[in-house]
Design a protein around this ligand. Structure first.
Ligand SMILES: CC(C)(COP(=O)(O)OP(=O)(O)OC[C@H]1O[C@@H](n2cnc3c(N)ncnc32)[C@H](O)[C@@H]1OP(=O)(O)O)[C@@H](O)C(=O)NCCC(=O)NCCS
Length: 173
């Protein structure tokens, strides 16, 4: 399937929520996207479109480190969703790789996410603990990180990734 990757516009909001509702089978992720847009935490909102229809979406938003590291800004990837009937055709891969490129180009230091390592390791994600990062959501294998620059080496000492409050408010993933 041929899809175009583009930055989401406000007119795409309803279609994006529908994609997540279908992909996750619950309203929490679509709600999370709307909340993060409303509170200005969004770094990058990418859609995949086929013949003008939104078929997939990925969101990158700012997180904070605690204690703060001056001049260092990480982002969180999520949610990412592809319409069920179009999964496993490489669309998710295109959204992730394009999103990582754009975040790198914009100068962000790295990306964290909560997801299945079997999927995300192919993009270079490793356990976030390798970067000296932990999170409110624990630091098990699902919590992964990727440095975007050669200089985004592990932090000097342990930092906690604080997700935007919208992640908790939107409900469990
Ligand atoms: C996860 C998701 C975004 C991946 O997008 P996609 O377009 O289906 O994935 P791609 O086609 O790019 O990649 C497919 C590959 O990923 C693998 N894959 C897909 N989902 C996977 C998962 N949950 N766990 C492990 N591997 C997975 C497939 O086996 C396939 O591998 P292969 O090419 O080696 O056979 C999509 O399947 C989706 O929306 N799922 C439901 C919502 C969800 O779980 N989102 C992610 C939460 S972290």
């Amino acid at each position: 399937m041929m899809v175009n990757i583009a930055e989401a516009l406000p007119i795409h909001a309803a279609a994006i929520a529908r994609v997540h509702d279908a992909a996750f089978g619950q309203p929490n992720e679509g709600r999370l996207v709307e909340m993060l847009h409303d509170t200005g935490r969004v770094v990058l909102s990418l859609i995949a479109a086929n013949q003008g229809e939104v078929v997939a979406h990925a969101l990158f938003s700012r997180v904070t480190l605690e204690p703060v590291v001056e001049g260092v800004q990480w982002v969180a990837l999520g949610p990412i969703g592809v319409l069920p009937q179009l999964q496993r055709q490489g669309i998710g891969t295109r959204l992730v790789t394009e999103g990582l490129d754009r975040c790198r180009f914009q100068g962000y230091d790295g990306v964290v996410l909560l997801g299945d390592p079997a999927y995300y390791s192919r993009f270079g994600f490793v356990p976030a603990r390798d970067f000296n990062l932990t999170s409110d959501y624990g630091d098990g294998p699902a919590f992964q990180a990727l440095g975007l620059h050669p200089t985004s080496a592990a932090l000097q000492s342990l930092r906690k990734v604080i997700y935007s409050p919208e992640f908790a408010a939107a409900g469990p993933g």
